[in-house]
Design a protein around this ligand. Structure first.
Ligand SMILES: Cc1cc2nc3c(=O)[nH]c(=O)nc-3n(C[C@H](O)[C@H](O)[C@H](O)COP(=O)(O)OP(=O)(O)OC[C@H]3O[C@@H](n4cnc5c(N)ncnc54)[C@H](O)[C@@H]3O)c2cc1C
Ligand SMILES: NC(=O)c1ccc[n+]([C@@H]2O[C@H](COP(=O)([O-])OP(=O)(O)OC[C@H]3O[C@@H](n4cnc5c(N)ncnc54)[C@H](O)[C@@H]3O)[C@@H](O)[C@H]2O)c1
Length: 464
């Protein structure tokens, strides 16, 4: 073991949480090291999650668009289409992102350490480096930003050849003809609808009555309708008894009740759990809670005074967007700067096909808190821009207090939802009343006009 190195702050992990934590500490003039086990920086967000899946989605949209214009283009994907061809531009997207991260790390004089970290005690980390060397690092403060790994369930053996998880699904060599997707959460819904748009016959299976159960049913109904219209199938309310590869050509999924689903490949998307493998957090005096995450306070401080944690390792919302802010807060917390509570006005953006996005309360939450709320709708097919762009089956929903004045929540399904939502977010944050959408002038034709139409719908329902 070589000599010890001393830092003010050491960050473990280079995903969105780790990166922002390290940059924030460096900007405060601290001596910072960022330890990353992977050869490349950026974490699951850049290499296995957000960016690769969204790149595949963009190509799936293009392909679906070509298919939708069969009268102009004669188009079909070859049966042996390589996955690599479908995400060919991912490498340039990742490279651009990687260059940006490297420059940011260098510019801020953050020391990058390549190796797997494990705690020796609450002031010391041991790092196993490529080539077999070990080095010891000491710091006054640590930020654990080691992300998450897929949750594996007992009756499903993920082999990464026929049965995949959310980290390995994009390593499939060829686009399969048929795919079973287990789960009804965000990852299941995104990948199921993306592969369906690529022409794969997808069967999505969940134990609940509808996917994305945290959203209002009028949104998820539209999602399921669009999903099934693309040739896919959603099987609700059923448990999976067993999943196995038949040794020849198919993955067999045995459902409770005896039904059997066969497919070429299967994706198991049963959530994600904190990644603390090999980190030996117990040596630092830490443990996971009953939900399998590292518990923290509002400053992202763990149960040990000099150790902070941020990102997926501390659990929901488990978003790249929230992880960045948590990383920044964790460092400021370590520096003794109190930023108060983090905003709970975090939008959710689900990049399924079609997109879904929400901010503020959903209808049920609003009814529970305010009683008889007023809901205004705008359908994209009634909006000029929706008609021009061929963006159909979209819906924007505004939820207002019983007087129809105070805006409580916004929910959107349809292309552009994840961008459009920010108008609603800003309206909620500035306490703008519903009438603000009616009294102000929007560009025309735009999908944003849907806000005006939904607000007018609310105004029309007010008691006179
Ligand atoms: C398929 C998929 C799609 C997603 N899409 C979106 C999306 O569209 N929008 C969104 O906001 N979020 C999305 N997410 C979630 C988002 O990717 C995560 O919330 C985010 O990456 C979490 O960031 P993080 O910094 O906590 O961890 P990560 O990005 O997972 O980074 C953790 C890093 O820590 C390193 N590490 C772990 N242990 C050690 C160790 N002992 N020593 C050294 N290094 C270690 C890992 O190698 C990794 O690089 C998606 C996730 C998945 C899986
Ligand atoms: N666009 C985005 O923002 C985006 C995209 C992808 C992922 N993510 C993040 O990644 C995280 C993980 O996504 P996810 O879809 O894996 O999780 P999730 O929590 O959204 O869904 C988990 C699914 O697994 C099922 N499940 C859980 N335990 C199970 C068990 N023991 N047996 C069978 N089924 C089980 C649940 O019923 C649910 O359908 C999410 O928290 C999400 O925030 C975000």
């Amino acid at each position: 073991m070589s000599s010890e190195q001393q830092y003010d702050i050491i960050v473990v992990g280079s995903g969105p949480a780790g990166q922002k934590a390290a940059v924030q500490a460096a900007k405060a003039g601290k001596r910072v090291a960022m330890i990353e086990g992977d050869k490349v920086l950026g974490g699951a967000c850049v290499h296995r999650g957000t960016i690769p899946s969204k790149t595949l989605r963009e190509n799936a949209l293009r392909i679906a668009h070509l298919r939708g214009h069969a009268e102009i283009f004669s188009f079909s994907l070859r049966p042996d289409t390589e996955m690599a061809a479908l995400i060919d531009n991912m490498h340039s997207v990742i490279k651009a992102h990687d260059d940006y991260i490297h420059k940011q790390i260098a510019r801020n004089k953050i020391e990058r350490v390549h190796g797997r970290a494990s705690f020796v005690d609450n002031k010391t980390l041991k790092v196993d480096m490529p080539g077999g060397q070990q080095q010891t690092f000491k710091a006054d403060y640590f930020v654990i930003a080691t992300g998450s790994i897929p949750r594996h369930v007992d009756n499903i053996e993920v082999d990464h050849e026929y049965i995949y998880d959310s980290d390995s699904i994009l390593s499939m060599m060829y686009l399969p003809q048929t795919l079973t997707v287990l789960g009804g959460g965000v990852i299941a819904s995104e990948y199921a609808s993306i592969f369906a748009s690529l022409g794969v016959r997808v069967t999505m299976i969940d134990r609940y009555p509808r996917p994305l159960g945290f959203l209002d049913a009028d949104l998820t109904d539209r999602f399921v309708h669009a999903f099934e219209a693309s040739g896919a199938q959603f099987i609700p309310n059923v448990k999976v008894n067993r999943v196995y590869w038949d040794g020849v050509s198919q993955v067999i999924t045995e459902l409770e009740g005896g039904r059997i689903v066969r497919s070429e490949k299967l994706l198991s998307a049963a959530g994600r759990v904190a990644n603390v493998e090999g980190l030996c957090i117990e040596n630092a005096g830490l443990s996971l809670n009953e939900r399998g995450i590292i518990p923290v306070d509002k400053h992202c401080k763990t149960a040990v005074d000099n150790i902070y944690a941020a990102g997926d390792v501390i659990g929901p919302p488990s978003l790249a967007s929230a992880s960045m802010e948590q990383g920044r807060r964790a460092c400021l917390g370590a520096l003794g700067i109190d930023l108060g509570e983090m905003t709970d006005m975090i939008p959710s953006g689900i990049y399924a096909i079609p997109e879904l996005s929400t901010v503020g309360m959903n209808e049920q939450q609003a009814r529970d808190s305010y009683g008889d709320v007023i809901v205004g709708y705008a359908r994209f097919e009634e909006i000029a821009r929706g008609q021009i762009s061929g963006v159909q089956d979209g819906l924007l929903k505004l939820i207002a207090c019983p007087k129809g004045k105070k805006l409580l929540g916004v929910a959107i399904v349809g292309e552009g939802a994840t961008e459009l939502i920010h108008i609603g977010q800003m309206a909620l944050l500035s306490n703008m009343e519903v009438d603000g959408f009616v009294e102000n002038i929007f560009n025309f034709p735009t999908l944003a006009e849907a806000y005006r139409v939904a607000a007018l719908h609310i105004a029309g329902q007010r008691a006179s």
